[in-house]
Design a binder for this molecule. Structure first.
Ligand code: FHN
Length: 448
């Protein structure tokens, strides 16, 4: 029969354990929210989809068993020898573009691993190239102050234990073993963090198929956060995603740290962090002569995204020889030149208060509001809704003499057409207070 003293000791011990477990959970949450805030301030990242499939110029994962027969697709790694791969070159392309973080496909749906994983033979170490791409890229990111992140596909149409197979998850493998595959997924994601971390983001994808459950998602989320508490994990770790809109279905779902609209700009949302992922061309992996977005389209996409309080993860697909296509490098450089001039309103700002629309987009920081005007009314004016705060100054950062009239109901801005910038005219307003406190408001389309 325990004495009252030993009983008391065990009660105190249990209380301590519960308290520390709770504090640890709270610490993890504060580590996450601080990491998410820092990531949001970065605003602009490079997405990279690459693998042996670049030898075929078809879509990574999706062309396995379609444009490329499975047997042929799965042997491509034996020819993969991207001798012109230079991690520093890639990272400097990102940096020169104004990108602050980089997300590479460590493993896409085709199961091929860009690092010499000890859990499979289907990896870069067993190609003629042999070199560890994740190691070289993480080192180059560290050297140049770009945050290193990895994209990791939950679905794996190559691995025998993952139930679904190619083409596109439409077949079922004979002797699959999902619990064993889940352990493989945990082993590999831990291996990536241990060998190449700390990571900025573990960018999960391929969660939509039947074998994945929100229980698996919760388990791997908690598992990875214990390994790296400040790791940011997107909502594709769970099952709660609204398709390509990328928003999380239920508020109470433990669906990662942010939402992931894809190939579309997310809606204005200051509550839930979000990041649009989009291709600079049309295909995620390299495709010869693919249509590439214009400079105007690229920059306006970024401005509408940050204007909605989101991040933009912009994708390039490197060629089979290891280089990023020159025309994609040049397009990204043009974005960097523009951001060098006008990036003050992009980085470490918040979206709004004037919501994005045909007129353009706005961001804010401290007592500043940055207007990125993309379309003016035919009379050369921009009419914005009135705000409570007094505008104490108004100047254009992209040249010319701007005039501004503020009344209770609206703000009228005028600039000679010769000074209206084809991509976006940048105007800085200074208000007598914190610009973020201004209630976000819709802006009527310009009257053409
Ligand atoms: O199927 C993938 C696709 O190949 C690509 O990786 C994108 C990028 O977010 N995600 C999936 C499609 O939603």
């Amino acid at each position: 029969m325990p004495t009252s003293k030993s009983y008391l000791i065990s009660v105190v011990l249990i209380a301590y354990i519960v308290l520390f477990a709770g504090l640890a959970k709270a610490d993890d949450k504060s580590a996450t929210s601080e990491a998410v805030r820092k990531w949001q301030e970065m605003r602009f990242g490079m997405f990279i989809h690459w693998g042996p499939v670049s030898l075929k110029g078809t879509e990574i994962g999706w062309s396995r068993g379609k444009e490329v027969p499975i047997e042929e697709y799965d042997q491509l790694y034996k020819q993969f020898n991207p001798t012109k791969f230079d991690a520093e070159e890639w990272v400097l392309v990102a940096k020169d573009a104004g990108m602050k973080y980089l997300v590479i496909t460590s493993k896409h749906h085709d199961g091929f691993c860009l690092w010499p994983s000890k859990y499979t033979d289907y990896h870069i170490g067993n190609t003629p190239f042999k070199r560890d791409v994740l190691k070289e890229l993480s080192a180059a990111c560290k050297k140049h102050g770009v945050q290193f992140c990895t994209y990791h596909s939950i679905c794996d149409w190559h691995h025998p234990d993952y139930p679904m197979g190619s083409p596109g998850g439409s077949t079922e493998k004979p002797n699959h073993n999902m619990p064993r595959y889940f352990q493989y997924l945990k082993n590999q994601t831990k291996e990536i963090i241990d060998n190449y971390g700390p990571l900025g983001i573990m960018w999960f994808d391929g969660e939509w198929e039947k074998p994945w459950t929100r229980e698996y998602g919760n388990e791997i989320y908690d598992y990875l956060k214990k390994i790296q508490p400040d790791l940011v994990i997107n909502n594709r770790v769970s099952k709660g995603r609204h398709g390509m809109a990328g928003t999380t279905k239920e508020a109470n779902l433990n669906a990662g740290d942010y939402d992931t609209p894809e190939q579309q700009i997310g809606g204005f949302d200051r509550q839930r962090p979000w990041e649009t992922c989009m291709t600079i061309c049309r295909q995620w992996a390299w495709k010869p002569n693919d249509r590439m977005k214009s400079t105007k389209e690229c920059i306006q996409t970024l401005l509408h995204t940050v204007g909605g309080d989101g991040n933009l993860l912009f994708n390039v697909g490197p060629m089979p020889d290891g280089r990023i296509e020159l025309r994609q490098v040049e397009r990204l450089k043009e974005m960097g030149v523009w951001l060098n001039k006008y990036g003050d309103g992009v980085y470490a700002t918040r979206g709004g208060p004037f919501k994005p629309g045909k007129w353009g987009a706005s961001t804010c920081k401290d007592d500043k509001i940055y207007l990125y005007v993309m379309n003016w009314s035919s009379n050369g004016r921009l009419m914005l809704p009135g705000i409570v705060q007094k505008i104490t100054s108004c100047r254009t950062l992209s040249g010319g003499q701007v005039s501004m009239k503020q009344s209770k109901d609206n703000i009228e801005i005028q600039l000679p057409p010769t000074n209206q910038n084809e991509i976006a005219t940048v105007i800085e307003l200074t208000v007598d207070g914190k610009a973020f406190d201004i209630e976000p408001v819709e802006v009527a389309d310009p009257i053409i």
